[in-house]
Design a protein around this ligand. Structure first.
Ligand code: HEC
Ligand code: HEC
Ligand code: HEC
Ligand code: HEC
Ligand code: HEC
Ligand code: HEC
Ligand code: HEC
Ligand code: HEC
Length: 342
């Protein structure tokens, strides 16, 4: 009999801690993103479920140890009528350690974290995430169900017809930040998202087939050319081609949505080029060092392009050229005299 009672006590303790655990989980829970996720865009959507009985403030914070630039903190007041709190936040390159804290009467009652890795297509040091990270896909039926009670998850675009009011796009509800940067790409800023996100895959991402409704083919080149046929024809005729453009990796250099830079390049041109061509940081390759001459490659006006700064594209075409080394002119000599008239 004794041992039975003992057993009962243990059972009660187990049940009690289980109920505590259940309560603990409902105080505050991160619905999205999953932990140790990999991102390509510098934006991630946090969706937090919180119980107003236990929490009156939520603070989401992404502190960047290396710079203050992308420090972001959001204070969100818990409302009696709401259960879910949604907030898109910015990521910095590499590992982001984002905390979500729930407070009641200024006392921290619960904190959860998410580690998210933002990859770079330009900088090698951020191209390969540590092993623990993996790519998660959101637009699967299971994940969309979590949001469908409040968000319309369907595609409501009409092929090739721009939205008059972009806020009416169903995608805009959650992705408004992808087109928010200064220079925007026409099909993205018109919210014709599925003109690229058709669900198709290419020869480099066959493994992503059916992982999400909105895959894009990799390589993306043929899709870009389907709208930019003139460029295709012009570049195809030229003798020398730049490897990343020739192989259709247009998105190595261009962000398809928007960016702070003209032609929505991922970085200002000089940083973009030296991201892959590190050895060209100094202009040693232009004039071999005769008496320590190092040719400038940036931070000075470009005499051949009024109003613009000297950069790699002053001398090189980023896509294709008639001359070797992708020069902007027929030979190295005729290149020099574009700027050095005498
Ligand atoms: C209980 C209702 C509800 C649920 C469930 C819900 N949301 Fe939201 N969400 C909202 C409301 C309301 C807004 C608009 C908030 C505002 O304008 O401040 C919003 C806005 C957003 C935003 C824009 C935030 C920003 O900073 O621009 C994103 C992203 C988002 N939701 C994602 C999701 C995802 C993903 C899910 C499912 C995992 C989800 N939401 C589930 C109600 C909900
Ligand atoms: C309820 C919010 C919500 C709506 C509406 C929504 N998305 Fe998303 N989407 C997300 C979230 C959350 C992710 C995962 C990345 C993140 O956390 O920001 C995502 C990821 C994506 C991705 C990356 C691939 C994937 O599945 O993870 C694409 C592409 C995308 N969305 C396109 C669209 C398009 C196109 C629409 C409109 C038809 C749309 N989304 C509508 C929330 C939403
Ligand atoms: C011109 C083609 C194009 C258009 C238009 C476009 N995208 Fe994309 N999108 C891409 C490509 C290519 C990628 C793959 C990742 C990359 O290159 O950074 C991508 C990736 C994404 C991702 C995933 C980012 C991640 O972190 O993995 C989201 C979310 C997304 N797009 C949303 C949208 C939304 C919303 C729209 C409509 C406003 C849109 N895209 C329009 C080409 C496009
Ligand atoms: C659905 C059609 C469509 C697709 C797909 C598309 N674009 Fe565009 N793109 C446009 C339109 C429309 C414009 C604006 C008009 C123009 O300048 O041609 C534009 C403009 C541009 C510009 C600016 C051109 C300028 O002179 O200002 C660049 C750069 C560009 N696109 C690159 C790309 C890249 C890279 C891809 C593939 C990732 C791509 N586009 C895919 C339709 C498209
Ligand atoms: C190595 C980086 C790089 C790659 C790869 C690349 N681009 Fe570009 N692209 C640039 C830069 C830099 C500019 C801006 C040139 C300027 O300022 O004159 C540009 C400009 C453009 C323009 C507008 C100017 C023009 O020449 O018509 C279009 C359109 C364009 N790119 C499309 C593409 C497409 C399509 C691909 C893939 C086939 C691609 N790009 C691949 C770097 C790149
Ligand atoms: C994503 C990486 C990447 C970026 C960004 C990049 N390149 Fe390249 N580039 C390559 C590769 C790969 C090759 C071919 C292999 C090699 O020669 O290293 C190449 C080759 C070249 C060549 C030599 C071509 C030849 O025929 O000898 C030049 C010139 C060049 N790139 C200029 C540029 C300029 C200018 C930019 C910026 C607009 C740039 N690259 C950006 C990857 C890149
Ligand atoms: C003032 C003109 C000029 C500028 C600016 C310039 N280059 Fe060059 N670059 C040249 C010339 C000329 C050659 C051909 C050298 C040869 O064939 O001996 C060349 C060759 C190259 C090559 C191929 C041969 C090699 O040495 O690998 C690459 C790659 C390259 N440049 C990248 C860049 C990058 C990246 C930048 C920007 C940081 C840049 N260049 C800026 C003139 C320039
Ligand atoms: C796109 C414009 C441009 C092109 C093309 C160009 N340069 Fe220059 N070059 C400059 C600028 C700008 C400076 C620095 C301004 C100055 O000192 O006058 C410079 C400086 C120099 C210098 C150093 C002069 C000094 O006083 O220190 C030499 C040598 C030189 N260039 C040689 C060349 C050669 C050789 C070529 C062809 C392979 C060439 N440049 C192509 C723009 C260019």
């Amino acid at each position: 009999m004794r041992s039975c009672k003992y057993f009962k006590n243990i059972l009660i303790i187990i049940l009690f801690s289980l109920s505590l655990f259940a309560q603990e989980a409902s105080i505050l829970k991160i619905v999205n993103p999953p932990n140790e996720d990999i991102n390509d865009e510098d934006i991630v959507s946090f969706v937090v479920e919180a119980d107003k009985k236990f929490v009156d403030w939520i603070i989401i914070s992404n502190k960047n140890k290396e710079s203050n630039e992308s420090n972001e903190t959001f204070d969100i007041k818990v409302k009696p009528t709401l259960t879910h709190y949604c907030k898109s936040i910015h990521l910095h390159l590499g590992e982001n350690n984002i905390s979500v804290s729930g407070y009641k009467n200024d006392i921290l009652v619960k904190q959860e974290r998410r580690m998210i890795f933002l990859k770079s297509k330009v900088h090698k040091e951020y191209r390969y995430p540590p092993e623990k990270y993996s790519r998660n896909y959101f637009h699967t039926q299971n994940d969309e169900k979590l949001c469908a009670s409040c968000h319309d998850m369907s595609v409501n675009e009409v092929k090739d017809v721009a939205f008059v009011d972009i806020t009416k796009s169903n995608c805009y509800q959650c992705h408004s930040l992808v087109t928010a940067k200064k220079h925007g790409h026409a099909p993205a800023v018109n919210w014709l998202c599925t003109s690229c996100h058709s669900g198709k895959v290419g020869k480099f991402n066959k493994a992503e087939h059916n992982k999400t409704k909105y895959t894009v083919p990799d390589p993306i080149g043929p899709l870009c050319y389907s709208c930019h046929k003139k460029n295709k024809d012009k570049w195809a005729k030229r003798r020398f081609k730049h490897e990343p453009a020739e192989s259709g990796r247009c998105n190595r250099c261009h962000n398809s949505h928007s960016s702070p830079n003209p032609f929505f390049t991922r970085k200002p041109v000089w940083e973009l080029c030296t991201g892959c061509h590190k050895d060209k940081v100094k202009g040693m390759h232009i004039v071999t060092t005769i008496g320590n001459t190092i040719h400038p490659t940036h931070n000075i006006k470009d005499p051949s392009r009024p109003g613009k700064d000297l950069s790699c594209i002053s001398c090189h075409n980023p896509h294709a050229s008639e001359s070797s080394s992708l020069l902007q002119s027929s030979s190295a000599f005729s290149l020099c005299i574009r700027c050095h008239k005498k």
